[in-house]
Write a protein that binds this ligand. Sequence first.
Ligand SMILES: Cc1cc2nc3c(=O)[nH]c(=O)nc-3n(C[C@H](O)[C@H](O)[C@H](O)COP(=O)(O)OP(=O)(O)OC[C@H]3O[C@@H](n4cnc5c(N)ncnc54)[C@H](O)[C@@H]3O)c2cc1C
Length: 431
Amino acid sequence: MADDRFDSIIVGAGPAGITAAKDLAAAGLSVVVLERGQYPGAKNVSGGILYRQPTELMSPGFEEDAPLERPIIEQRYLMLTEDAMLGGLFRSMAFANPPYNAYSVLRAEFDRWFASKAEEAGAEVYPEFTVTDLLWEDGRVAGVTTGEKDGELRAHVVVLADGANSLLAQRAGLHREWNPIDQALVAKELISLPAEKIEDRFALPAGMGAAYEIFGESTSGMLGYGFIYTNKASISIGTGALLHDLIDSGRNVNDMLDRFKKHPAIAPLLQGGETVEYSAHLIPEGGFKRMPQLFGDGVVVVGDAAGLVNPVNREGANLAMLSGNFAAQAIIEARARGDVSAASLSRYRELLDESIVLKDLYKIRNTTDFAHARPHLFNDYPKMMANAAGEYLKVDGVSKKEKQQKIISMFKSVPKKQLLNDAWGAFRSLT
Ligand SMILES: Cc1cc2nc3c(=O)[nH]c(=O)nc-3n(C[C@H](O)[C@H](O)[C@H](O)COP(=O)(O)OP(=O)(O)OC[C@H]3O[C@@H](n4cnc5c(N)ncnc54)[C@H](O)[C@@H]3O)c2cc1C
């Protein structure tokens, strides 16, 4: 039989799929990418922090011509109660000079640019093609179909880069149905604001950016967080929580985002801005313990489809790129051996295991379970700390000694065993 197969078909033109496509094409393999959006990035709703170092590894010199928004020089971690906000910030002038640590990006623009790099390397990228199912031959994945006449394409290896809640990974038998505890649902808006207003409100030097992550009231106390990232002339704002908790509490993310935007500590940052984009999306947060099988005969799973997201450190796009790169390496080696069986493609998992991707996900493997089992972390503690700070800062004729005692008694209202248990549990789950 004449071999009319591509070396690889990639489903999804996000950072995982495009990195795999670029690397495979650069190695001289025939690659086609099918993307359901109107263009790569059209369906993406990422908050938009992109780390420089991994992106530079995947696309050397990207800062010269990639559409980037602002280098991030400040990170804030904040806690919100109904009427207060408190927290910590890190601003570094080292982050304000090249080489930058991270940029805000608009993924609709970045992904489109990134896909053009894969095309330059020789990959064929076809938007507006939705893969509906896999093709099988002799018990192995042998291609994909769009469900239409002439919609069948064959390949030696299919790369599933179709993002969170991958239906195709299930079709490939690599994953059971995704569980609501494994996914966060996030609503996000892009709000346009003039650059000078952004710089004034966030106290930023011209052209520089900030990233805020905000816990507590931003998610109605559920496990998750709100975020605000500054772009050149817009703000990305969003909030989300585990799907399981949203379903359980009957809350929806749209209302949660509206409440977050109206909070008296947040609203002034957005005032006068105009919402130019709204979207909602899943983030796989099941982590190391709930990853699917990552390879099979003629198939590998990368990026969000494989659950490769680090929610603690807000890393998804970089892990997606790295996984695409490792998948490409494994496929190149497998094609050179003429063996694309699961055993041969298991090299992909080996490369991931040796990398920061799985080392980091392994390190935080218990964090979600730890935090989910303790709803008071994002409910009671922010309120207690805000009350303590309010008491401490208020000048009201009460002596400092009395204030100190009041604050101590606030903390004493929490059983000592619980405090120790939470502190120890947090330490254990993060180290
Ligand atoms: C609100 C939000 C904020 C985030 N913020 C950050 C952040 O600040 N920093 C960070 O690093 N990560 C962030 N992430 C995570 C990050 O967006 C993902 O980890 C990353 O995009 C994963 O890349 P991917 O290529 O695996 O999947 P995606 O980027 O989701 O790409 C998958 C692609 O597959 C396409 N597709 C899906 N099904 C099909 C099909 N059947 N046929 C054809 N095409 C298909 C989709 O249209 C999409 O283009 C955020 C995510 C969300 C939702």
